[in-house]
Write a protein of this length. Structure first.
Length: 85
């Protein structure tokens, strides 16, 4: 499994569960110590997770996508419908 695939899988599960032990990452996802260390470092660097006493990761509630990349339409006004020619 490539690093990005691992990262997405762990992050998705972490968002859903809110907390994951390193033991769970080893058993359920089959990650070795090096892979866990790499994923942990990336999630901590992105600011989306924190380490809890060396036992696992806790979701920090941040977005994996920078705010500048989010494209949320303005919903204050309903969309206008244009007649078809």
């Amino acid at each position: 499994m490539k690093f990005y695939e691992m990262l997405v899988q762990v992050a998705g599960r972490l968002v859903f569960e809110q907390r994951l032990s390193y033991q769970t990452l080893r058993r359920d996802l089959g990650l070795d110590e090096a892979a866990i260390a790499d994923v942990r470092a990336e999630l901590l660097f992105r600011g989306v997770a924190r380490d809890e006493a060396g036992k696992g990761l806790v979701w920090a509630g941040a977005s994996l996508v920078p705010d500048s990349e989010l494209r949320i339409p303005n919903l204050t006004q309903p969309p206008t419908l244009r007649p078809q020619p």
